[in-house]
Write a protein that binds this ligand. Structure first.
Ligand SMILES: N[C@@H](CCC(=O)N[C@@H](CS)C(=O)NCC(=O)O)C(=O)O
Length: 247
């Protein structure tokens, strides 16, 4: 099946979709979209994805060309149409296992309305790039409220993983050895701020879960750009990015 992913590797949902393509061994063309430079707002991209966001997927299936926006829909669709259904159903079993799928749906919905709402990476970039005199202001007015907003979500995740551990389950959202698309979505979100210097010191189980995901070969490879960006930010921004010390 001819497959093209329009994405950028500094975009959390883009990386989740690309990692899944690799995990499912689906061959794809990668088309980088410079969303920070406004490429999602061009007429050319509008014809591919009128939602004007990355990732976007164009895939041939059963003689039809599907144009899809929204990383969660993209990941569910990839699992439905992947040739290797044995592997795909570990990530998202769809109608084959309603109880598991419904839990994955629940975590994905929660993620979008919680962790994702407090995405602070673009402000971290602003902080990194702006004049020294403006750094403290950005940190106090933009970053601190997002960190405050993120905290209840991190607490919920930490409590969930502690419960999984006490019940003898593996450190994934569903408690199985194999992660799901919900682990990928949330993992990519939190990994991005960790790369830029955020430490999950108060959340050891969240940190351990993230470590586990980050050991996967495809996760590592697709995260190289965000690792490099994070290193640059940490080296150049000094104590302005002491993100874990608020509160
Ligand atoms: N709900 C969307 C969010 C996608 C999203 O926020 N993408 C950002 C990059 S991380 C984007 O394309 N922004 C460009 C713009 O808003 O013009 C998904 O999960 O795919």
């Amino acid at each position: 099946m001819a497959t093209t992913l329009y994405a950028h590797r500094l975009s959390q949902p883009s990386r989740a979709a690309e990692m899944l393509l690799r995990e499912l061994a689906i061959e794809y063309d990668f088309h980088e979209i410079d969303f920070a430079g406004g490429e999602t707002r061009t007429d050319e991209f509008d014809a591919i994805n009128p939602f004007q966001t990355v990732p976007a997927l164009v895939v041939e299936h059963d003689g039809e060309t599907l144009h899809l926006a929204e990383s969660q829909a993209i990941m569910m669709t990839l699992c439905r149409i992947a040739e290797d259904q044995h592997v795909a159903q570990r990530w998202y079993p769809g109608e084959q296992d309603i109880p598991r799928s419904s839990k994955i749906d629940q975590w994905l919905a929660w993620y979008h309305n919680n962790l994702r709402r407090f995405d602070m990476f673009h402000h971290i970039m602003n902080l990194h790039l702006t004049l020294p005199m403006l750094k403290r202001e950005i940190q106090a007015t933009l970053l601190e409220p997002l960190q405050e907003g993120l905290r209840p979500g991190l607490e919920r995740l930490e409590a969930h993983f502690q419960h999984q551990q006490r019940s003898g389950h593996a450190p994934t959202l569903l408690g199985d050895e194999h992660p799901t698309i919900a682990d990928l979505a949330m993992g990519c979100e939190l990994y991005q701020i960790r790369a830029a210097g955020y430490r999950f010191d108060g959340y050891p189980q969240v940190d351990a879960w993230l470590e586990g995901l980050a050991r996967r070969a495809h996760f590592q490879h697709v995260s190289e750009a965000v690792d490099a960006q994070g290193r640059e930010i940490r080296q150049q921004s000094g104590d302005y990015l002491a993100l874990d010390t608020f509160g």
